[in-house]
Design a protein around this ligand. Structure first.
Ligand SMILES: Cc1ncc(COP(=O)(O)O)c(C=O)c1O
Length: 425
């Protein structure tokens, strides 16, 4: 009998995003240093946190018409946005206005709503030459958008390159969308480089954005995870001051609970200028869905109200700092001298520079095979498949003991690979 190919399906019993291969972060076959996600210990604490917050919420909802189970307001409930504004104001030590906040299902969905609602789909997305690799895939899904990489320096985007490229690609757009172009970036604890944009760079980005009416989309997903700075560096959104004569509102701060709480909960927020919040209030998708993640945002509101989220963030700082220190210590001790890295002040990642002639992709394969450590080649973070002599490692997932061991193994692997691929004259 002939097999009907349409009926053939393969289903794997996957339990999480990192499941389904030998590289599963929860297995010990390999040490996977790729995952930018909280580990079992931090997520384990969520069981109690969510149980208590859910009880707190449902007790209130029973006496409040059970509105939380209704379609939610387009941009999130008033109580979620006011409690979130209080939480963020304290974290940033900078006033966050509830009226500027829009509920999302996390930063990935924030980006989806931003591109689909605000951008001329024949427009241009400028992004850093090294940028979050999955954002490259997300933005490329909008295949009518032109993607233009921009040079990145140690203190942020190269402002001359950015403006030159803007001038080159700018066009007069006549459609109904608000922006002809946007610049997607991460000014604070950048992924993958971990850099923080300098004040001067931030000020000039605002000047450029206003001059060319360019939207700036900041994935501010790591801002709260600072390990050396007393408070989170001032986010780009705060540089776009409403008190300026030429203010129109050009920056969105796209935040998430994925890194400070749990990615599975799928809740985030966008902090937006008034004209952009208004555009989201009119978004068909947001209206039709009754906002995004309304119920989960209610549970988080309770967690903020009871002070438990703040306590958890402090635990995150403590864990991630010791994880970062373990990996940084191993690299400082054992990384070959002709390689370099910046000690991250926050976030999840370390970006290692290899000698120019080294192909990071081949080196990653070598290290995986011979040292059982999985790291990500730099070229994955480049829309042009460049940055071949870089690799990214993450200290988010593993405990310090594993990270110390992995760091040492990784350095031995790099040393071996370099020895075999460097000619001495
Ligand atoms: C820069 C950046 N943006 C977005 C995300 C995904 O965030 P979310 O889980 O909120 O969609 C990540 C996760 O690695 C990230 O590094």
């Amino acid at each position: 009998m002939e097999v009907n190919k349409f009926k053939e399906r393969k289903e794997y019993p996957l339990k999480h995003l990192f499941d389904g291969s030998d590289l599963n972060v929860y297995e010990s076959n390999y040490i996977n240093l790729s995952a930018g996600t909280p580990n079992e210990i931090l997520l384990g604490k969520c069981n109690q946190l969510f149980e208590a917050a859910t009880k707190h919420l449902l007790k209130y909802e029973a006496a409040n018409h059970s509105y939380i189970f209704q379609y939610g307001p387009t941009c999130g409930t008033y109580s979620f946005r006011t409690k979130l504004a209080e939480f963020l104001s304290k974290q940033y030590q900078w006033n966050v206005d509830a009226a500027d906040l829009v509920l999302t299902a996390g930063a990935s969905y924030g980006l989806l709503v931003i591109l689909s609602t605000l951008m001329d789909l024949n427009g241009v997305v400028f992004l850093d030459e090294a940028t979050y690799m999955i954002a490259l895939e997300s933005i490329s899904d909008f295949n009518t958008l032109k993607i233009v990489p921009v040079k990145l320096n140690d203190d942020g985007v190269d402002l001359i390159d950015l403006e030159e490229k803007i001038v080159k690609h700018k066009f007069k757009h006549g459609g109904s969308k608000m922006f002809w172009g946007c610049y997607y970036t991460m000014p604070t604890y950048h992924n993958p480089t971990s850099i923080v944009f300098s004040e001067g760079t931030c000020q000039t980005i605002i000047r450029i954005a206003r001059k060319h009416d360019l939207l700036i989309v900041c994935d501010d997903v790591y801002n709260i995870l600072h390990y050396d700075d007393d408070i989170s560096p001032k986010r780009l959104f705060a540089y776009d001051s409403m008190d300026d004569n030429d203010y129109k509102g050009h920056v969105i701060s796209n935040g998430t609970f994925s890194k400070i709480l749990a990615p599975g909960v799928r809740v985030g927020w966008m902090e937006c200028p008034p004209r952009i919040t208004k555009a989201f209030q009119n978004s068909g998708f947001l209206k039709s869905g009754g906002g995004i993640s309304n119920y989960a945002s209610g549970v988080i509101t309770s967690m903020i109200e009871t002070g438990k989220l703040e306590e958890h963030v402090q635990e995150c700082w403590h864990s991630y700092k010791s994880q970062r220190d373990a990996l940084v210590h191993a690299l400082t001790e054992y990384l070959p001298q002709n390689c370099s890295f910046l000690k991250p002040r926050g976030g999840y990642f370390i970006w290692i520079k290899l000698p120019d002639h080294i192909d990071g992709e081949k080196m990653c394969e070598f290290i995986l095979k011979n040292y059982k450590v999985f790291i990500i080649r730099g070229s994955r973070f480049s829309i042009e498949n460049k940055l071949r002599n870089y690799v990214r490692i993450s200290f988010a997932f593993h405990v310090p003991e594993i990270l110390s061991k992995a760091g040492k193994l990784l350095c031995s692997g790099i040393e071996d690979y370099l020895a075999a691929h460097t000619t001495h004259e």
